[in-house]
Design a protein around this ligand. Structure first.
Ligand code: NAD
Ligand code: LMR
Length: 338
């Protein structure tokens, strides 16, 4: 008699083969850090996503439990779990999209940069795996400090000769999600109708909402603009303090990560006009990386949009953002070449 485990494996394989034969459209997606506060709801939401045919859940702890749980959902994606460094390569082989929320979160009183010491090494190791096993995959990097972890990933890929700047995207969608929510609140609108570009980076003053470009067009007072900019820049800290030591944003982040991953997959599928903000290699400013609107296509971030007209308040904000960003980017690059 085959063991239960064998039967499960066989039926999983049958399901995967059957879907493959049917030519079901779908992409292979891995989540690294899948058992974490972001990873678990992100895995659940990706299991529901009709663009996903195979979902690999990797973590250094608890991924078997999360995988067993998620795999019982009667949606299309076939789910497989991977535990610990020896299984990283199997988790990554053949993937089209790799989403990385692995690493420690903040506690009250910490900055995102305080996470560098631990998360820099984690991101380095995981990106070495990507370079080796799925060098053509799109990477969505969530681990903080994003302003430094994206440069780290770029250097790892350069070292291994696999770097394509179009395929490396730092996830800043949560800043846009917050901006849409807070601006809608002030204007008395439904947040689904509001679109706020947020540029720069993902930390404090580097988070620069362009309130002069809000859609639908609106007029905000100086006080409203200052209140909103401040609230958007400190949205992460607001959650860290409310959670009082139990971590940072996980549920809104999982929502934002899926919004962004879904946009990347629609781009890969060839949909036209898919545009999101992301922290990418950029020539929009003199800095090597910058967050701005990008058009997502079959090869990743295919077009990076200029910032457009800024008002005086935003121009001052941009200078502050660039000063801090320059240091964070350099810190990431130096980590790899030290
Ligand atoms: P968490 O501690 O709940 O989960 C992190 C997970 O990563 C854990 O399950 C842990 O086992 C796993 N992990 C640790 N080392 C690993 C490794 N080497 N390989 C694979 N997995 C590993 O933390 P969280 O709340 O999910 O946050 C994760 C990260 O995301 C933090 O760095 C946080 O600051 C960041 N974050 C970013 C944004 C953003 O907007 N970009 C938003 C929220 C949180
Ligand atoms: C966020 O913006 O919520 C994340 O970057 C987590 C944090 O540390 O604030």
């Amino acid at each position: 008699h085959p063991s239960n485990l064998q039967m499960e494996e066989n039926s999983g394989l049958r399901a995967a083969n059957c879907r493959a034969k049917g030519g079901a459209p779908g992409f292979k997606v891995a989540i690294l850090g899948a058992a974490g506060g972001i990873g678990q709801p992100l895995a659940m939401l990706m299991k529901i996503n009709p663009l996903v045919s195979v979902l690999h859940l990797y973590d250094v702890v608890n991924s078997p439990g999360v995988t067993a749980d998620i795999s019982h959902m009667d949606t299309g994606a076939v789910v497989r779990g991977f535990l610990g460094q020896p299984q990283l390569e199997s988790a990554l082989t053949g993937m089209d999209l790799v989403i990385i929320p692995a690493g420690v979160p903040r506690k009250p009183g910490m900055t995102r940069d305080d996470l560098f010491k631990i998360n820099a090494g984690i991101v380095k190791t995981l990106c070495e795996g990507v370079a080796k096993c799925c060098p053509n995959a799109i990477v969505n990097l969530i681990s903080n400090p994003v302003n430094s972890t994206v440069p780290i990933a770029a250097e790892v890929f350069k070292k291994s000769g696999t770097y394509d700047p179009k395929r490396l995207l730092g996830v800043t969608t949560l800043d846009v999600v917050r901006a849409n929510t807070f601006v809608a609140e002030v204007l008395g609108l439904d947040p689904r109708e509001v679109d706020v570009p947020v540029v720069g980076g993902h930390s404090g003053v580097t988070i620069l909402p362009l309130l002069s470009q809000v859609k639908p067009p609106c007029t905000l007072t100086k006080e409203e603009s200052e209140y909103l900019t401040n609230r958007i820049q400190n949205g992460g800290t607001e959650v860290v303090e409310a959670k009082a030591g139990a971590g940072s944003a996980t549920l809104s982040m999982a929502y934002a990560a899926v919004k962004f991953a879904d946009a990347c997959l629609r781009g890969l599928r060839g949909d036209a006009g898919v545009v999101e903000c992301a922290f990418v290699a950029s020539q929009v400013t003199e800095l090597p990386f910058f967050a701005s609107k990008v058009r997502l296509g079959r090869t990743g971030a295919e077009e990076i949009y200029q910032l457009g007209p800024l008002n005086e308040y935003e121009r001052v904000g941009l200078e502050k953002a660039k000063t801090e960003l320059a240091g964070s980017i350099q810190k990431g690059i130096s980590f790899i070449w030290k």
